[in-house]
Write a protein that binds this ligand. Structure first.
Ligand SMILES: Nc1ncnc2c1ncn2[C@@H]1O[C@H](COP(=O)(O)OP(=O)(O)OP(=O)(O)O)[C@@H](O)[C@H]1O
Ligand SMILES: [Mg+2]
Length: 287
């Protein structure tokens, strides 16, 4: 796989106010995201996740080091439009991302700004709305939609620009469980079926467990990096970093602490149920 995003020796310090120096967020951070992968980025509050995401489409530029998107230097002003076309961003609050009064107009906004011809815009908007399961709502007013539906419209607006990569910064933070599931399923489908590279910043471990790779940031550095199974197996280390593994992983870990001999770590409820039923070997009659 080739590289979608390449962060090389990144340093970043926010500008200071008056005589106060700004916060140093990164000093020599290195990270590579492969094309077509689904990477979840985890980390405690203030560790730099959003600051990193903003480097992925030139909202912020490095104080030192380089960030490359599809081989393009994000500090190269001439590449700005191309970079923004390649990396779509979705943020936490869907209300801040919706600009039009009708769903399909909102989705058309991005491609219009890119100068796409009208017939092609129509096609892109319809396709994007179908991909996020919101086509039937194309003539609706966005403000009347649920949070999960609004967030899917925001994602449609991004994919109508046909990006190679989508970066989502806590897209489900303001959603209820149903909205969260809708958004996560949409993102997973875009990755698996369309090959779009996904970088998902989240505080929800069950969402991260569905990624191909989990990167844990701590104090501006990569503290853990691996498959969800590799990263979430390190429950003690996660606790040291102020994080938790998915609930079912935590449960199996707590049972092992009680000297209950469970063979392997689990990532979700189904795996947890299987491990526990194998360990305790009791099923209801007839099952
Ligand atoms: N605009 C800003 N100006 C100055 N400092 C900032 C600014 N935005 C963030 N910071 C600081 O930079 C550090 C990293 O912030 P960032 O928002 O990237 O963290 P985060 O990992 O996204 O946190 P959270 O989980 O709360 O979203 C924090 O110490 C924060 O206070
Ligand atoms: Mg953040």
């Amino acid at each position: 796989m080739s590289t979608a995003i390449n962060v090389e020796h990144l340093s970043y310090q926010y500008p200071g106010v008056d005589d106060t120096p700004g916060t140093v967020v990164f000093e020599n951070l290195n990270l590579t995201v492969e094309h077509g992968s689904f990477v979840a980025i985890l980390g405690g509050n203030g560790c730099g996740k959003s600051t990193l995401a903003k480097h992925f489409n030139s909202i912020l530029l490095p104080s030192g080091g380089k960030v490359y998107v599809c081989g393009m230097d994000t500090a190269d002003e001439e590449k700005l439009m191309q970079i923004r076309r390649n990396v779509g961003m979705v943020f936490q609050n869907p209300d801040n991302q919706i600009v039009a009064n009708v769903v399909e107009e909102d989705v058309a906004f991005g491609p219009e700004n890119l100068g796409v011809a009208s017939p092609a815009i129509r096609q892109r908007v319809d396709q994007a709305l179908r991909q996020v399961g919101m086509y039937d709502y194309r003539e609706h007013a966005p403000h009347l939609l649920s949070g999960g539906q609004k967030q899917r419209v925001a994602i449609a607006g991004v994919i109508a620009m046909e990006p190679k990569c989508i970066v989502l910064d806590e897209p489900t933070a303001m959603l209820d469980p149903k909205g969260r599931r809708e958004v996560l399923e949409t993102v997973l489908r875009l990755n698996r079926e369309k090959g779009i590279t996904v970088v998902l910043i989240t505080h929800h471990m069950d969402e991260a467990a569905k990624a191909d790779r989990v990167v844990v940031l701590h104090k501006g550095q990569v503290a853990l990096d691996g498959t969800p199974r590799q990263v979430f197996a390190q429950v003690e280390k996660l606790h040291e970093l102020g994080l938790r593994a998915p609930e079912s992983t935590e449960l199996c870990h707590a049972l092992r602490q009680q000297r209950i001999d469970l063979q392997e770590a689990c990532l979700n409820e189904e795996e947890c149920a299987k491990i526990l039923s194998e360990a305790f070997g009791k099923t209801f009659p007839g099952k």
